[in-house]
Each structure stands twice: as structure tokens, then as C-alpha cells.
Design a binder for this molecule. Structure first.
Ligand SMILES: [Zn+2]
Ligand SMILES: [Zn+2]
Length: 327
């Protein structure tokens, strides 16, 4: 197998030939057909997340077909198309696992961070955390659903059922969440980097009622806002944009420091919360609904060995929607 490998934080990924791996008990091997590129991959590359496995193969939005099955795996078959998400394994016994909050597991493994991921021609995964994807939709179109879609879905649930929803940072996640929110009958207000008129137009095409710079106030107070950008300065801005009792959700795994702000921005029962990871139930719920909603992902394809270029383009905001690597 071949992979784009991160040997140490801060380095470029290296195109590497590796011995083929065999699935152990409870595992499957998947021939990767497409793997999305996520903002979290940049945090792994930049050493912003503690204790990565090194060397590591990044990538946690994997679509592929099972080509080997380990002992004891049930309910999956050779040739079946599956998705492998960020949540790679949980312990099953900690207080979080046994209270339907496995997203907060004390001893988890995360795909592309603490176990090898999908920037490769093949990957080995814990079968219990793979999602059967069926045959509807192309591999490339489905890949962004595996993280941007799933985390986006969880962040939308946590934002509550308010009718007017602000989305700060209109990238891979927001472009999916906007479609879900519109389908639910909500109004979407999109906030981009100031002056990024192209992305604002993209947001309007996806049904946003309003789109503007993150330094602007929306035309009306919002019921809730979700922050996908990794910029702590957005937190006080989003609190300012939500109404009394409104909620601001931070959806990223890492964010620059949040600056001090006047207490009155939080007062009047505004809430500031974060979202971490996903549960398998989130995946089941979202992937069942996705075809019904008719989500159309905007993707830019890169050959697998061009992963460094895809990551650089993501960092610079050079494409709308999501980048997807294809072996
Ligand atoms: Zn991700
Ligand atoms: Zn656990």
C-alpha cells in the first residue's frame, strides 16, 4: 500500500510505500476510493493537537470498499462500501461510553490522529465504527459527509431548533449544514472572512438568507450561531449577534485564544458551548437523512500524492466546499 505520511509535526506529508496490512480481530481493511481533507488534518500537521501517533497517516473522511475482514466481524461483507469517520474506537466502559456520550470517551482512538487514516490506498479500521454507505452517490461526493457532515450535524443539533442560524466560517462543514438547515425550514446567515465575496456568493447559492463578513452584524438578532472557523476572536462577535437566550456553538477541535469580552455579551442567558467528536448514533441518524435532504457537496479533487497541495489550498481558502483526495 501507499500513503501520505506525517513523520513529525510541521513537516510536509511524504509519499511512502508501506507493507500491506492485515485486519486484526474485529477489524476490516478498506481499499480507499476517496478521502476528504478536513481542517482537523491541518491541526494534526501543525502539532496543535496533543500526542498524535507518529508517524501517522492523516485523513478521517474515508470512503472505500472492504477488501479483507478480520475474525469475529459481523454484519459487513467483502466488497461492501463503507465510510470510516473520525471516531475510530471507544473503550465502551467509561462513564461517557455507558451514558450515550461516547464522543467524550476517556480512552478513544481517532482516525488520522491516534490511529492511521485514509490518506492512503488502504486503511484498517475497527469494524464497529464503520458506516455502511450503500450504493447511492459517488465516493467523492460522500467523503465530506464523514466529518464535515457528521460534526456539522452534531453541531446543528446542539445549536437547538431556533429558526435563524448564523454560520461563522463557510467551508466544508457550513456548506453542508446550510443545506440541512434550509431543509429544516431555518434561515441561514453566513459569515465569511471579511471581503470574501466569492464565498458569500457561494453561501447565497446554497440558500443563505444573508451573507457578509464576520466583522458585520446580521440584519436581525440570531437564535443561534455555530463557529466553524478556528478563530477565537469570532466568539465575542457571535455572542453579540445572538438574541437573549441565544446559543453560540464552537464546533472546531482547536481554536486560537478567545479574547476577553464584556460580560454583558454573555448575560441575558446567552450560552456558549462546544461540540466534540461524534457518536455512532450521530452517524446513523445523519447518513440516513442525507439522501432525503438531497445534500449536494461541492468538492475539489486532488490525486492522493498531491495531499500537501490540497492542505495548502485549504489553509489559504482557495476552494469552496471540500477537498477530496483520490488514490
Ligand atoms: Zn474532520
Ligand atoms: Zn469510553
Amino acid at each position: 500500500m501507499r500513503a501520505m505520511v506525517l513523520n513529525r509535526p510541521g513537516a510536509a506529508l511524504e509519499w511512502t510505500e508501506l507493507a500491506d496490512r492485515q485486519p486484526g480481530p474485529g477489524e476490516i481493511r478498506v481499499a480507499v476510493a476517496a478521502c476528504g481533507v478536513c481542517r482537523t488534518d491541518l491541526h494534526v500537521l501543525d502539532g496543535e493537537l496533543p500526542d498524535p501517533k507518529l508517524p501517522i497517516i492523516p485523513g478521517h473522511e474515508i470512503v472505500g470498499r472492504i477488501d479483507a475482514i478480520g475474525a469475529g466481524v459481523e454484519g459487513l461483507r467483502l466488497g461492501e462500501r463503507v465510510g470510516i469517520p473520525w471516531l475510530g474506537r471507544t473503550c465502551g466502559v467509561c462513564p461517557y461510553c455507558i451514558s450515550n456520550r461516547e464522543n467524550l470517551c476517556d480512552r478513544p482512538l481517532f482516525t488520522g490522529y491516534t490511529r492511521d487514516g485514509g490518506f492512503a490506498t488502504a486503511t484498517v479500521a475497527d469494524a464497529r465504527f464503520a458506516f455502511p454507505l450503500g450504493e447511492v452517490g459517488s465516493d467523492v461526493a460522500l467523503a465530506p459527509l464523514l466529518c464535515a457532515g457528521l460534526i456539522g450535524w452534531r453541531s446543528l443539533m446542539i445549536a437547538g431548533d431556533g429558526k435563524s442560524l448564523g454560520l461563522y466560517g463557510f467551508g466544508a462543514e457550513a456548506h453542508i449544514v446550510a443545506q440541512v438547515a434550509r431543509w429544516q425550514g431555518r434561515s441561514v446567515f453566513a459569515f465569511t472572512r471579511p471581503g470574501d465575496l466569492g464565498t458569500q456568493a457561494f453561501a447565497r447559492r446554497l440558500g443563505a438568507t444573508w451573507a457578509g463578513g464576520s466583522d458585520e452584524m446580521p440584519p436581525e438578532p440570531l437564535d443561534a450561531a455555530i463557529i466553524y472557523a478556528t478563530v477565537g476572536d469570532l466568539v465575542p462577535l457571535a455572542l453579540r449577534a445572538v438574541r437573549k437566550g441565544g446559543r453560540v456553538v464552537c464546533a472546531g477541535i482547536h481554536m486560537s485564544d478567545i479574547p476577553g469580552f464584556p460580560y454583558r455579551l454573555l448575560w441575558e442567558e446567552r450560552q456558549l458551548v462546544s461540540v466534540a467528536n461524534l457518536t455512532r448514533q450521530d452517524g446513523i441518524d445523519f447518513l440516513r437523512l442525507a439522501p432525503e435532504i438531497g445534500i449536494v457537496t461541492e468538492t475539489t479533487r486532488y490525486p492522493l500524492d498531491q495531499a500537501n497541495q490540497a492542505l495548502a489550498d485549504l489553509r489559504a481558502g482557495r476552494f469552496d466546499g471540500a477537498a477530496v483526495l483520490v488514490p
